[in-house]
Design a protein around this ligand. Sequence first.
Ligand code: NDP
Ligand code: MG
Length: 388
Amino acid sequence: MSPSRRSVALLGATGSIGVQTLDVLRRERERFELVSIAGGEQLSELAAIAKEFGVKSIAVKSERHRADLVELVGPGVEVVVGDEGLHDLAQRSDVVVNAVMGFAGLPVTLGALSAGKRLALANKESLIAAAPLVAKVRNTIGATLLPIDSEHCAIHQCLASSPGAVGYPDVKRIVLTASGGPFRGWSEEQLKGATKQDALHHPTWSMGAKITIDSSTLMNKGLEVLEASALFGIDVDRIDVVVHPQSIIHSMVEYVDGSVLAQLSRPDMRLPIAYCLGQPERLAYAYGELDFSKAISLSFEPPDGTAFPALGLAYEAARVAGAAPAWLSAANEVAVAAFLADEINWCDIVAIVASTMDHYVADPLESLASLYESDDAARRWARASLER
Ligand code: NDP
Ligand code: MG
């Protein structure tokens, strides 16, 4: 590897963010070398990526997955297993892209930051659940946390006009934009008939199944409020959500002097991925370029907090703090998985999260062990609520 090439670990390589990251890396072979990858069930895809990029190490979920993958890649590639494997690979590269889905991405976030690496974070669930623990490892020398989530990447770019200011005193508020999802404008009555097919049909973004369902309930935006607060150290009372159906403005920062800064592009996740890989430089390939020679309409409307109660639950979890965000996210993972498995209706998803939160017992979340206990407790309550 030439000294100027940065080594990259892409953990969650076979998913929506993973595939789009590979697309960026294909164009940037002179700057980046993909050295390690991880995935869940799609082992032949993992093997194909390893072959194409000459990957040296792969993390898989279990010994069974390891045995099957070794058959495909042969003995020349290192295959590591489980949470330890993810943690280990996250500690070895210059840049770590966390594109794993859900709480399973936690070892990647903690591994990369505690080893002083650059973490390009798509996996919002790990940051939301473990915010106090992540805050500690972020202080490791060299550790940098850059958000791939498009809204947070937009805010990161807008905040560049307040360099180094702790707590951003000149920021009046952050405004997260939301497409509104496939059910924007639906009444509570109509939402009772929402199907899986409807919910999986996102109007502006093509994403993995879990986040697509989260977008349909607006839980994704609720999780993003928590994510923004943890990332930028800004209280949720200074974070607002506005529905912007075109998904062109990816979020905004309003300053105390009335200025509002925004970042715009057509919806294309490769742009924030490339931004996180390239920082402090910009990679010279334009993703999501806008054509201002044609008319572009931008509209804004308030979210419907009554039809979409997930947003309110997320603000509540943020105010309770401690392990409450971890409970919210864990319960939501259980409910979304049940919905995708056709076990519950769409309206049950957020109802299960709400009923799980009723059982939350205050926990300041001081250790990793207590986080795993909280995650486990929330999942148990969510499953119990499912069975009712
Ligand atoms: P996908 O479901 O498309 O992909 C998830 C990836 O995680 C797959 O590669 C999957 O492997 C892998 N995976 C799942 N469990 C494990 C595990 N235990 N160990 C290792 N790998 C595992 O999700 P997305 O790409 O849509 O989302 C990934 C993350 O990025 C989520 O946290 C999401 O919220 C966030 N995000 C996604 C956006 C998007 O546009 N897609 C936008 C903003 C944020 P396999 O497929 O082989 O089973
Ligand atoms: Mg987002």
